[in-house]
Design a protein around this ligand. Structure first.
Ligand SMILES: Nc1nc2c(ncn2[C@@H]2O[C@H](COP(=O)(O)OP(=O)(O)O)[C@@H](O)[C@H]2O)c(=O)[nH]1
Ligand SMILES: [Mg+2]
Length: 252
């Protein structure tokens, strides 16, 4: 086979297996740390179950993903995952799913690894979201996941710190209801409801307009101007209030 024929065949096979996010759909991506249970337990010096520096690096990684060419409307991070809502009209990489996933996973992995000077890897998946209601459901779902996992993580480490083996702690937690978990923590002097919001509900990141003073070198005057700035919401609301909050971000 000639080189030209080989090339044409390769390109045909590559393009015929391509998948795209359909027009008019929001592009949702979710990145998740690969093997972070092991990484956070064995390789990184972190506090358990939650570590402020780890969370800050997740926030900084999310912010980094706002600045790599996609029109990101909202970012949400909890535990070792990041969700990014990308604009309906975004046409980066012609909406090719393979490109979106690989570039975002690469950017997040590289950025995060540099912060800890350790190889840390994220996977990435893309989900087409056809309407606004489903989009609100998506973020409420991730927040509920955050809440459940955080309650279980507190119970797990409380039991471990008080003599249980990993197996015993896991088995005990599996059988417990949400109310039982609150009660267990209470017995050890932890009021789950009073814990910092970022540990229970995750953190939201979005652009907002702020008034800044600039200096005009021509007129030698200070001038007021509006600038877009990335804002980190550490105190997210829940359920219906969260939906209202997200709707406001979508309007702007
Ligand atoms: N020590 C510590 N671990 C964390 C923190 N945030 C997330 N993790 C851990 O990261 C892991 C994420 O879970 P998951 O994605 O299901 O597991 P994976 O498949 O091993 O990445 C869990 O084991 C969490 O305990 C943190 O702030 N501190
Ligand atoms: Mg993970």
């Amino acid at each position: 086979m000639k080189f030209e024929e080989i090339e044409a065949l390769m390109r045909k096979n590559e393009s015929l297996s391509e998948q795209y996010v359909l027009p008019e759909n929001f592009i949702m991506v979710r990145l998740d740390g690969k093997g972070f249970t092991k990484l956070t337990k064995e390789k990184l010096p972190l506090e358990k179950p939650f570590d402020k520096k780890f969370n800050q690096v997740m926030i900084d990684t999310t912010k980094h993903l706002f600045n790599i060419g996609f029109k990101v409307i909202y970012g949400y991070t909890q535990s070792d995952e990041i969700s990014l809502l990308i604009h309906k009209d975004d046409h980066t990489f012609s909406r090719k799913i393979r490109k979106i996933n690989s570039v975002l996973a690469g950017e997040a992995s590289a950025f995060f690894s540099l912060q800890f000077q350790e190889i840390c890897v994220f996977d990435c998946r893309t989900i087409a979201i056809p309407n606004q209601e489903m989009l609100l459901d998506y973020f409420c779902w991730r927040q509920e996941d955050s809440h459940r996992n955080s309650l279980s993580a507190y119970c797990y480490w409380t039991l471990r710190n008080n003599g249980s083996t990993a197996k015993q702690a896991t088995e005990k937690i599996e059988k417990m209801s949400q109310a039982d978990k609150h009660e267990l923590l209470f017995q050890y002097g932890i009021n789950y409801n009073a814990l910092p919001s970022w540990q229970k509900r995750g953190v939201g990141i979005f652009n907002r307009e702020v008034n800044k003073q600039g200096f005009n070198p021509v007129t030698q005057e200070t001038v007021d101007c509006l600038r877009n700035e990335l804002f980190v919401e550490n105190e997210l609301t829940i359920r219906e209030d969260y939906r209202v909050f997200l709707n406001e971000i979508l309007k702007s």
